[in-house]
Design a protein around this ligand. Structure first.
Ligand code: GDP
Length: 513
């Protein structure tokens, strides 16, 4: 591929739209607000009545200062908002402004508090939307106080944080919310140098059976163009097709624009940062260099962390989309790993392929798939190599399967049950660790193949096993109380006349992680 020149010499700052993320407790109305805005502000004729969900969308509304002047806002709109968490955990700052949705009839809840923590941590400008204000049970003043108790002092209480009363049901306050977003954005003075090589963040990604890796990119800087060569953190590619959220093919995308692209070699995980490179070869080298640097570091850290008592359960994880993959990954990592470490060698979106099988063979790993299956050749190879592949369409179930399989490595819990005592009356023969002895059963019973503790003057000296048992010179399986018998035993300590053998049985009980 011919190298493209990227002109980064001329600086050209241009204002850009704000990127907004909507956070808050479940059921407080995040999706309803996003849907209401999408429905009322994305012109029907533009979208042909249908807008596709690609993880973000953009609206255009008149500026609060001038009706002629139109302003854009980009909303991050991902199902379950996993993308935002993934991006947050990777430390990528994707949004410029956060809208904290709090239901006026429910108040500050655990996820509200969590959202506040993240917003403060990222130092994001914040607007509170006090939603469901249409409900007769709404208690806005009470909620404002609760917010204050959690460090968010809203304007009506004399604080700095703007607050808008909204109803996603009636639409009340939504225009005001959008105006507030534009006002806050104006104060932030958001601009970008459009001559810089484009870069940004992956907001959503999946594997399409026909098109290959499909990813939604948010452009943060520069202008992204069709045929640009891209390096994400784990994969690279060249943009073969680029669409906006309306499903229209576009040639270039400016900062704060979400686009759906095809062209990555593999599905990049949500939250990875990407940038345009001068050529495909340079993009490839950048990814390879990073992988080469990071892999040994990670593996060494894992190896050094293991103590000799710990066992390692190697797994390869595959899933249909990156959101699910992240969720499974995080859940598995949260399982206590003091005794068995669940080491995820690879977590990747897509079908289970031959490379996965080869890796599983080399690393003695098992493969787990969520809403994905093994390719034909991979399945055959797995059968030949005896590699175990398990799949499930339910996250919880898949996690349980991994947990169960990893639990097989746990040492079982051993329960000892004492069953009888025998007193040694005579030693007939000693040969190495083996002895032939005679004794009388004091209590319970003794059995062939039974295990025993050797007790001399009430002190335990060692342990051993009964190899043979005889009564009246005939081999028997067990001997009961007050009976005399002959025994062939093997033990670590030689036994003596008058020693007591305490016979026990062991029961092994399977444990679970
Ligand atoms: P999310 O989990 O935060 O995305 O919440 P949803 O948007 O799914 O809303 C949860 C429920 O509250 C749904 O049944 C909505 O119809 C309802 N709801 C959302 N906003 C409002 C509102 O402003 N007023 C009323 N009355 N109901 C609302």
């Amino acid at each position: 591929m011919e190298a493209k020149t990227i002109n980064s010499s001329k600086k050209e700052e241009q204002p850009r739209p704000p990127v907004v993320v909507i956070l808050g407790h479940v059921d407080h109305g995040k999706t309803s607000i996003l849907d209401y805005i999408r429905k009322t502000k994305v012109a029907e004729k533009e979208s042909g009545g249908i807008t596709q969900h690609i993880g973000a969308y953009q609206i255009e509304i008149p500026s609060p200062n001038s009706q002629q002047d139109k302003k854009k806002i980009t909303f991050i709109d991902t199902p379950g908002h996993e993308a935002f968490s993934a991006m947050r955990s990777r430390g990528a700052k994707v949004a410029d402004i956060a809208v904290l949705v709090v239901a006026a009839d429910d108040g500050v809840k655990p996820q509200t508090k969590e959202a506040i923590k993240h917003i403060l941590h990222l130092n994001l400008p914040l607007i509170v939307a006090l939603n469901k204000i249409d409900k007769p049970t709404a208690l806005p003043d009470k909620v404002k106080k609760e917010l204050a108790e959690n460090g968010i002092l809203v304007e009506p209480l004399g604080g700095q944080v703007p607050l808008v009363l909204t109803s996603a049901k009636t639409g009340l306050g939504i225009d005001e919310l959008l105006e507030m977003i534009l006002l806050v954005a104006e104060m932030e003075n958001l601009s970008n140098d459009i001559n810089k090589p484009a870069s940004g963040v992956i907001i959503e990604s999946r594997l399409d059976p026909k098109k290959g890796a499909v990813a939604t990119l948010l452009v943060k800087e520069g202008v992204l163009k069709i045929k640009d060569c891209l390096a994400a953190e784990s994969t690279f590619g060249v943009i073969k097709s680029m669409e906006n959220f309306l499903g229209q093919q576009i040639e270039e995308a400016f900062p704060a624009t979400p686009v759906l692209i095809i062209g990555f070699n593999e599905v990049p995980p949500v939250g990875e940062e990407w940038q345009v490179m001068p050529s495909l070869e340079e993009a490839r080298q950048k990814v390879m260099a990073k992988a080469a640097l990071e892999k040994p570091k990670r593996e060494m850290a894992e190896i050094l962390d293991i103590n000799p008592e710990q066992k390692v359960f190697n797994i390869i994880l595959k899933a249909d989309v990156s959101g699910s993959l992240e969720a499974i990954y995080e859940t598995l990592k949260s399982i206590p790993q003091d005794e068995v470490i669940i080491r995820i060698l690879k977590a990747e979106v897509g079908e289970i392929n031959e490379n996965d099988i080869k890796l599983a063979e080399a690393a003695k790993a098992r493969i787990y798939g969520f809403r994905t299956k093994a390719q034909n050749l991979a399945e055959k190879l797995a059968e030949r190599k005896n590699i175990k592949i398990k799949t499930s369409p339910i996250i919880y179930e898949l996690v349980q399967i991994v947990r169960h399989d990893a639990s097989l490595l746990l040492n079982p819990q051993i329960n000892r049950q004492k069953i009888g005592k025998v007193k040694i009356l005579a030693i007939f023969k000693t040969e190495g660790k083996k002895q032939i002895i005679g004794g009388r059963v004091l209590s319970g019973q003794i059995i062939r193949q039974g295990l025993f503790e050797i007790i001399r003057q009430e002190e335990k000296l060692g342990e051993g096993k009964i190899l043979q048992l005889q009564q009246n010179k005939q081999p028997v399986i067990s001997v009961g109380k007050d009976k005399e018998c002959g025994l062939q035993i093997e033990s670590e300590v030689l036994v003596d006349k008058n020693d007591i053998l305490e016979i026990f049985q062991e029961e092994k009980i399977k444990r679970n992680l």
